[in-house]
Design a binder for this molecule. Sequence first.
Ligand code: CMC
Length: 422
Amino acid sequence: MATVTLTDNRNGKKYEFEILSPSVGPDVIDIRSLYQTTGMFTYDPGFTSTASCSSNITYIDGEKGELRYRGYDISDLATKKTYLDTCHLLLTGKLPSKSELAAFDLEIRKRSFVHEGLKNLFYAFPDSAHPMAMMSSSVSALSAFHYEHLDIDQEEEFQVMARRIVAKIPTLAALSYRRSLGIPFIYPDIERSFTENFLYMMRAYPSAKTIIRDVEVKALDTIFTLHAEHEQNASTSTVRAVASTGAHPYAAISAGINALWGRAHGGANESVIAQLEMIGSVDNVDEFIKKAKDPDDDFRLMGFGHRVYKNFDPRARILKNLLDELKEDLGVDSELLEVAKKIEEVALTDEYFIKRKLYPNIDFYSGLILTALKIPKSLFTIIFVIGRSVGWITQWIELKHDKEMKIARPRQKYTGPVSKKI
Ligand code: CMC
């Protein structure tokens, strides 16, 4: 058994902890008995050095810029498979055969309708409501319509619940969007594929023909695949923390949606495009790079940097290639693309960014494609939600099967007053 020894240099006491090896990636020190044996906690704000669980879903090598779902490279999945293939892979551990995919696809199509009563919820929101607020509330409200999912413990039940979530989230996303514009709600069209149906639910008007081009479906489907899973990020850890209490799965996913909303996480894609518009021209890039480097200025270059990737985010690379391939067909805003490319070029050769290993992340390029798909900025994080819903629920299922899981309950280093009297 490999161990690591911790020496307390106050009294010379030595403690041994086992080193556990994953299938690939850095070893981990098993400190579960640390408090019991030493009376001490670890201190790790933001969990930069803490593995909170075992997982066999996603592997990231941040130094090399690699990402794999269930062992498959993200680039292969994004270029050779569809989002629904990826959903099947994540949920079952296996890429589907042709007939399995057809059955899975049909099930998702059939489950895409939401209860009629749920629509009333959307009427209660003010016109100014952000679609993410409606999204998280409506996913939470699903727990009132599918209360039976509170008491599930069998894989078959987990899979039904998971498919409901994957199928209904695009419908709720479209309802959020349509409510924000005050336009009539549209039912899913189950003749259409998952991604085409989402674009249809966004764009369609009653009794008018809706045009959705294959190139648009391909671009958005790739974006969904790239967002599908990303191991223990902030929103997934939130889903797991809520799930660890035994709360309803829809409550856990709704909490994940709220965690994703922040600008440091999924909200970045909305901020990137706002920032590119603000920069406006390649001539202004240097000025904004200077601001981003100024320690006295809060300004950050949105779409740059990542907690795990200390190299090019592989998802950003795939999106950059996709943009180059489809920019003409999609009608990507060439001025904004020029600004983005200039920022990337300047940042990648600048000492500040090189030293801190700040590379473009997935959000840097996704907004340009989404804008070309005529998806408004306020919907960008919703697109992330649609893609990531399968990852969250896959992690939820894994947690439910994990015999070592306990309620998430970190400790703290207390710094307040010791004792006061009234
Ligand atoms: N622009 C300028 N400086 C930056 C940036 C940036 N985008 N990101 C990090 N830094 C600097 C930061 O100021 C710090 O400098 P110093 O060491 O001098 O204090 C250093 O780099 C390390 O930053 P950090 O905040 O300690 O790093 P972190 O791992 O805690 O944060 C991050 C990662 C993604 C929150 C951060 O890089 C960031 O805020 N990026 C912009 C927002 C963004 O694009 N988010 C999307 C992430 S990818 C999609 C997702 O997973 O949700």
